[in-house]
Design a protein around this ligand. Structure first.
Ligand code: HEM
Length: 508
């Protein structure tokens, strides 16, 4: 029997057609003075460019960037024009704009219909983001032993090479499993972090929110209260989550009711950190379980894509393997497996930063203008109320003004800069190195920049560096073919090829 999901594409198609009329109207609106990307000003050409964006978004945004690398441009989507602000000064203006003028939440809230998919309580209360920014990041060093332990077990179980035979691994699905397990070892610890049903729920949650939220968003507002709850299936997701997390959370709530926050053996994990910050209605098992799912949603796919890309790069540029392996073995031999030791793996840090630089989508830091008068840049251009504005990611990272040989993968470009900086410090006593994997800047926007810069990047970097060091010390890696698996483009989302494979074997 067909499930309700099988009707979603049909529903999607019908409602999309209903949008044709407003699209027609929108594309006939008086023209803006802000330049459009080349060849997209006419009715047909703008529509064609909007369609082309689904598969060629990076080319389209790069064409806009090339017109004026310090300018602002617009590009057409099916139902509206969107804006992109190029260059250091404008990126800084977007990054520092207050939330009542440029909102990060509103476009995400609209796009994924969070009111239905995760719950209305998320709108005015995103305390789990503060938990990521605060307790989770602060506790990374203390919790590192269990993160490290899970990396070892997850690689053994998921990669599954026991002898020195080469095995061809489909990297993205393997990364999802490894990252979901490692992340949940920190979040909810053993045994739940190894429950296959729970892991799948966490992995699927992001795509469920994405697909169902987008489908609900296609309905006119007045129909969403009817179709939203049906399509989102939030309640059944929550029921499933509670099957795994319920006993853990009820036990924790019980202990807190009896002893308050301080009791012997209180686990140092996400549930405790959430309980330290949660107020009133948030202190229930369903509310806490939804926050755990949401904190998984921001972490799993992003980190898995980064791990997949890093392995594709390791296989494609094998001259990096030996220096990084030597570094990992030396650091671990002298300092052991600690978070502080990872801080001394400069080549691995550099390699991952380079991999993030070159494997990025066309735009990042998307904001909605919510000030009624629009958003005015200091040079005078105004972005209208209700419009979306982003900053360019791939074009910024490929700009020769920002990087020497910007299209070349040079895994040690940042560790060389670090060494040069260190020489300056030693000889002149001046200079601070500002190109760590987690450092954001207007020239490296993979984690965004400014007050919304990814708060999970310290955890992501810890996981990724520990995983890379583990791979280098324990495994050999080689490419499946001479061609690096091509990335997959779905509009503004660009991801590593989910079918891409690499050969892996245990080292002798
Ligand atoms: C390599 C992995 C990751 C990448 C590339 C990444 C990238 C990003 C980017 C580009 C943003 C948007 C910044 C903006 O719009 O200004 C963001 C936001 C965010 N990320 Fe990450 N992220 C990663 C891993 C994680 C992890 C592991 C967590 C959680 C532990 C996390 C939690 C968040 C949260 C909560 C936000 C929203 C911040 C806010 O609303 O102010 N991310 N991330």
């Amino acid at each position: 029997m067909k499930g309700p999901e099988s009707n979603i594409p049909l529903l999607y198609a019908i409602v999309s057609i209903c949008w044709a009329i407003p699209i027609y109207w929108l594309l006939h609106r008086p023209k803006s003075t802000i330049p459009a990307i080349p060849g997209s000003n006419g009715l047909i050409s703008s529509y064609m460019a909007a369609l082309r964006f689904f598969q060629h978004s990076t080319e389209i945004i790069s064409a806009g960037y090339s017109q004026d690398r310090n300018g602002i441009f617009r590009f057409p989507r099916l139902s509206r024009w969107e804006y992109v602000a190029n260059g250091r000064d404008r990126v800084l203006e977007v990054a520092s704009a207050p939330s009542h003028i440029l909102s990060l939440d509103e476009p995400i809230w609209d796009k994924f219909q969070f009111g239905y998919t995760v719950g209305p309580e998320f709108q005015n209360n995103s305390y789990h983001l503060d938990v990521v920014r605060g307790a989770l990041t602060r506790n990374l060093g203390r919790c590192f032993p269990r993160v490290r332990d899970e990396i070892v077990h997850a690689f053994n179980d998921v990669i599954g090479v026991r002898d020195t035979e080469w095995k061809l691994i489909q990297m993205y699905p393997a990364s999802l499993q490894i990252v979901a397990r490692t992340t949940n070892r920190l979040y909810v610890d053993l045994p739940v972090c190894r429950e296959p049903g729970y892991l799948q729920l966490c992995i699927d949650f992001t795509s469920v929110v994405f697909l169902r939220g987008k489908t609900i968003g296609l309905f006119p507002k007045f129909l969403r209260p009817i179709f939203g709850p049906l399509i989102s299936r939030r309640k059944s997701t929550l029921r499933q989550a509670l099957k795994f997390l319920g006993p853990l959370i009820y036990e924790r709530l019980d202990q807190e009711n009896q002893h308050g926050r301080e009791w012997a053996g209180r686990p140092n994990d996400l549930i405790s950190w959430l309980l330290d910050a949660a107020e009133d209605n948030e202190r229930t098992a369903p509310a806490l379980a939804m926050r755990v799912l949401a904190t998984n949603a921001v972490a799993i796919h992003t980190t898995s894509m980064a791990l997949t890309n890093a392995l594709f790069d390791l296989a494609a540029y094998p001259d990096h393997i030996s220096p990084m392996r030597e570094e990992a073995e030396r650091v671990v031999a002298t300092q052991g497996w600690t978070k502080a030791a990872l801080g001394n793996m400069h080549k691995i840090d550099s390699f991952l930063r380079e991999s993030l630089r070159l494997n990025t989508g066309p735009v990042v830091m998307t904001r909605k203008v919510i000030a009624k008068d629009g958003f005015k840049f200091s040079e005078g251009t105004t972005i209208p109320y209700g419009a979306l504005i982003s900053v360019p990611s791939a074009p910024t990272h490929h700009d020769p003004a920002n990087y020497d040989h910007p299209d070349m993968f040079d895994g040690f470009r940042f560790s060389r800069m670090r060494e040069e900086r260190q020489r300056l410090v030693d000889s002149e006593g001046t200079g601070i190195f500002t190109q760590h994997m987690v450092t954001t800047s207007p020239e490296h926007v993979m984690f965004g920049h400014g007050h919304h810069a990814c708060p999970g990047r310290f955890f992501a970097a810890t996981e990724l560096k520990a995983m890379m060091a583990h791979i280098l010390i324990n495994y050999d890696v080689k490419p499946e073919t001479d061609v690096r698996p091509p990335e997959l483009c779905l509009g503004e989302n660009v991801m590593p090829n989910p079918r891409g494979k690499v050969w892996i074997r245990k080292r002798e």
